[in-house]
Ligand binder design. Structure first.
Ligand SMILES: [Zn+2]
Length: 161
């Protein structure tokens, strides 16, 4: 079996960590999140951009429920603007003060996405942003659900800034 790795474009982490309204640390103690858009290669997923949560998203201490209508419209817009290249790859969300592990709910969400035909995402990613591990410092953990199996992907060095 191929050792899949992930690639993040340089735009991805700044969205998650620095966007004024969504910066994971600003949401503490509440979770926040968004979508991951990009494409798959035989070596693994290439994440071109992360989106931020919509106005109707529900932020709680240990759960985050995305704004479905907002996300659907965003995904469609990004897909069209990319010339129908950048598709929905999965989601990211923060675990303020928590671990990089998937919760039962996180796993259930990924399983639902993988089986939800209109999402066209049989192998969803879920990026957990945990922290702060020290002031201002957050760590990403990239999970993949592939054929019923959850695994952590490592970055490809070529894409690590
Ligand atoms: Zn979670």
């Amino acid at each position: 079996m191929i050792d899949l790795r992930y690639w993040f474009s340089p735009k991805v982490l700044p969205t998650v960590f620095e966007d004024a309204d969504q910066y994971a640390e600003r949401s503490v103690p509440l979770e926040t999140g968004g979508m991951l858009m990009g494409y798959w290669t035989p070596q693994g997923p290439v994440v071109i951009m992360a989106t931020v949560s919509g106005p109707k998203a529900v932020h709680n201490r240990t759960t985050f429920v995305s704004d479905g209508n907002h996300d659907e419209a965003e995904a469609a817009r990004i897909y069209e603007e990319s010339g129908r290249i950048h598709t929905y790859l999965g989601d990211w969300h923060s675990h303020p003060g928590g671990s990089g592990q998937l919760s039962k709910l996180d796993k259930d969400c990924m399983a639902t996405i993988s089986e939800h035909q209109p999402s066209r995402c049989p192998r969803p990613l879920s990026v957990i942003v945990r922290g702060p591990v020290s002031p201002g410092e957050w760590v990403v953990c990239v999970w993949l659900l592939d054929e019923g199996r959850f695994s952590v992907l490592q970055p490809d060095e070529r894409m690590v800034a």
